[in-house]
Design a protein around this ligand. Structure first.
Ligand code: PHE
Length: 369
């Protein structure tokens, strides 16, 4: 192989410079370095025979070789720096925060419609002078039934199929047992009624009373339980609110007035209220109460069972035996009581056709409230 001339070497340098300037990545650049300056590179090969040249030529070719090597190295260096800078700029751009991107919101919780209903209901009663009290969900059989004037084995007890814990203890089927608890709580701390066993016969309460209890005026929110199949309007766990007023000279007119005032305060002033005779062992006389159905404008639909009326709860004048169980003398005082399902009221107010949606925790439903 003949030694390359100075011109050939210079051409090689130009060719290399052009290729290096056009390199688009650091790895391509490294490839070019090897292709020209590596052990088997083009420039390396072109300079191999220099030693055999006569002195005169050796100088010129040697100089050309040095120059070519310098140009190659500085071209590699320059392009290398440019590519590094481009890569760094790209990384910086990728790291940049795009302030126009929508943020990841933190969802703030809010009250369940059932709790909102309960809160508003209690507020109305508190506004009418009632105190809010509560009782246990796991209740004595004696208070859920016996103290409320249910005779032993009365068929009414089958009407409310129940969950029993033991023979004596059960999940309460209504908030009415709290009527008796609230009445007894009105007695003096020193009155034996306060320390009576809940299982003692109701009559013993009055017989052992050593005080004249002040009026009872309470509203009782709470969870209640019944073995029931779930329908549009029934659920086996549900909330009730009980209202009890015991004082001298309370009549059915007081009951109707308070109940209608409450229903109109909660559902709106144009709400129509209907009372119908009913039966409960713990009230006499008794009446159920309904309001006009809003789903169908009282024309009749599935929700109101085609009647135009939605039954909200039961009511009546407190039975003398229940007053006795509470330690009150039925010859001196009288009272009214009513109780209703909170779900039913919420359904009527917010037009929720199916009670189950109140318990399913479906956010698409809950977000609407
Ligand atoms: N406890 C009755 C029920 O759950 C409702 C009621 C309460 C009726 C108070 C009369 C008086 O059905």
């Amino acid at each position: 192989m003949t030694q390359a001339s100075a011109e050939e070497i210079e051409r090689l340098a130009e060719e290399a410079e052009a290729a290096i300037a056009g390199a688009t990545s650091l790895s391509e650049l490294d490839g070019l370095r090897v292709a020209y300056r590596g052990r088997k590179g083009k420039l390396t090969a072109a300079l191999k025979g220099i030693g055999e040249l006569p002195l005169e030529e050796r100088r010129a070719v040697g100089r050309a070789g040095n120059e070519a090597t310098q140009r190659l190295l500085s071209a590699l260096d320059r392009r290398g720096q440019e590519l590094e800078a481009e890569a760094a700029a790209g990384r910086a751009a990728a790291d940049q925060i795009d302030v126009t991107l929508p943020g990841r919101g933190v969802e703030v919780g809010h009250r369940h419609p059932l709790m909102t209903t309960l809160e508003r209901v209690l507020e109305i009663f508190v506004g009418m002078g009632y105190s809010v009290v509560q009782g246990p969900e796991v209740e004595w059989y004696a208070l859920n039934w016996t103290a409320l004037n249910y005779p032993p084995d009365h068929p009414a007890m089958d009407e409310q199929d129940s969950f029993y814990v033991t023979d004596e203890v059960m999940l309460r089927t209504h908030t009415s047992p709290v009527q008796v608890r609230a009445m007894r709580a009105m007695h003096d701390g020193s009155c034996p009624v306060r320390r009576l066993d809940w299982r003692c016969p109701p009559q013993e309460a009055l017989a052992s009373c050593r005080c004249t209890p002040p009026p009872t005026r309470v509203v009782v929110p709470g969870r209640t339980y019944r073995r029931e199949s779930v329908t549009l309007t029934h659920h086996d766990i549900f909330y009730q609110v009980e209202c009890l007023l015991v004082d001298e000279g309370i009549t059915f007119a007081d009951l109707k007035g308070v109940l209608a005032a409450f229903l109109r305060a909660y559902l709106g002033p144009t709400t129509r209220v209907r009372f119908r005779p009913d039966f409960f062992p713990f009230t006499e006389p008794s009446a159920d109460f309904s309001v006009n159905c809003e789903f169908c404008d009282a024309r009749g639909c599935r929700f109101c069972k085609e009647s135009g009326w939605v039954e909200i709860g039961g009511s009546g004048l407190v039975h003398p035996n229940v007053l006795i169980a509470g330690g009150y003398d039925p010859d001196r005082v009288s009272g009214f009581a009513f109780g209703f399902g909170v779900e039913r009221l919420a359904q009527r107010r917010y037009r929720i056709p199916h009670i189950r949606t109140l318990y399913e925790n479906d956010m698409r439903f809950l977000r609407q409230f």
